[in-house]
Design a protein around this ligand. Sequence first.
Ligand code: ATP
Ligand code: MG
Length: 567
Amino acid sequence: MNDASESGDPSSHKNFIEVEVEKDFATKPELAGRHVVTRFPPEPNGYLHIGHAKSICLNFGLAKTYSGKCNLRFDDTNPTKENEEYVNSIKTDVQWLGFQWDELFYASDYFGRLYEWALQLIREGHAFVCDLNADQMRDYRGTLTEPGRNSPFRDRSVQENMDLFERMKNGEFVDGERTLRAKIDMGAANLNLRDPVLYRIMHAHHHRTGDAWCIYPMYDWAHGQSDSIEGVTHSICTLEFENHRPLYDWFCRTLRIYHPRQMEFARMNLSYTVMSKRKLLQLVNEKHVSGWDDPRMPTISGLRRRGYTPESLRLFCDKIGVARFSSTIDVIILESSIREHLNAIAPRFMAVLDPIKVVLTNYPTDQTEWMEAVNNPEDPNGGSRQIPFTRELYIERDDFMETPPSKFFRLKPSGEVRLRYGYIIRCDEVVKDSAGNIVQLNCTYDPSTKSGSPSAIERKVKGTIHWVSASQSSEVDVRLYDRLFISETPDEAPEGKSFLDNINPNSVRVVRARVELELAKQAAGARVQFERNGYFCADIKDSIPGVPIFNRIVTLKDTWAKIASKG
Ligand code: ATP
Ligand code: MG
């Protein structure tokens, strides 16, 4: 359904928007000598999410590709839902993603201009003050199959409209008492053209304009004119605005102002994820998550805290291409993007998430051997480190099975396994407590099998497992995150249920892990691979120096199979 899948490699092909932009510049005289100007226009009523990242990459990407400009504009026309915290978080997120706006604008800076334009429409007979309340207006509006009816106030004189509109502005009426509406066509097939509201009365404090205004422009009235003021050439929005385009065009035409081109692409949906700000806000307010930046949230700040890199999010946006029609992207593509990036850059460490003790009964009590471990096999300059090997070790509890199935190649009674960077060991005895729980494995090591030594090459075992020294390791908290929703389409809840009923009750599990000493020294924000376990990031909020708390970003794919075959 998208250009990437239609044409193969997305990076070598233009998306449909780029094709149109090039066509416009080649054919439209009004664009001669100009450069592409785009904008990213968030409403500061919440934190940005991964869907916004798509729009950001697209808008800033176009400006970059065509040596143009991309502005950040806050569409702040809804004072009751917007605030400064959201404004600041949006700026932070855009920059963190790796983009810098050419100019910073606020729709609220245009309140004066928009008011003047409204007066122009009234003077020219294209707008009127309407006294219908919301219910009546809905009633007059008609339906998709029935035309609407003219408001009884539609034929007010210019003089009366000028007077009433000024009094609306001056605060003489209560919220909802009157509106200013465009006079277009109540019989239009497109409902957006049935005398749309331009202004509503709202006695609300605005985070930037304070109490200067008590009438606020509607989205449609503000958006296109803001684009026009800023000289936007291509105003890119999501598909639900396609049938607002005739109105966008009508305003620019009727006002006789510079006329940008609105183009639509499909809103990105992601499986196992909700993306509407309203629902994300509900998750936060009702404390289903710890905040907008909870590492399970699909917000940019949540993904950042989880450990996603800006590169991985840009790669993701690149991979999915620009869709013309609505589509749901498999969250696996997002996960594979971070794996791809971290596979290249993340240093490897050994960490045991669910430790069980191994005692090597034939290993000298006070001996420590320093084993050479490669930091990152994918990075030739990654170097290596020395890790301590001792008589007492920890391995992962599920790397041992007392009565394993036939294809189990890890540790089992009388079985052998290789300890990564170490020796081959054999399990001789399983020690249990009085309740029958396994508490320790007594093993022997084979001194001739030291990793890297010539004699080790002779001896092959099928499994390799990770481990840490019991005496020379640290303990850290690790948060094992899983998807926040159990349903692939959490928005689709059955009658009487909501998306909240699709929340995964086990989306996080905290474990106390045994890890290499080096891991306890990781700074907040450090991203690492725990061998055979996944990619992890030291939480940027809760870690303190010397005591990192690790978030699991994503598991490794086919981990076990891969490591086992390397054995
Ligand atoms: P939501 O419905 O999630 O609240 P919104 O569209 O109301 O989002 P805005 O702040 O108005 O959020 O969006 C800013 C820009 O980001 C708009 O141009 C919008 O089209 C785009 N955008 C928002 N969500 C998505 C998405 N899921 N995929 C692609 N672009 C998006
Ligand atoms: Mg919006």
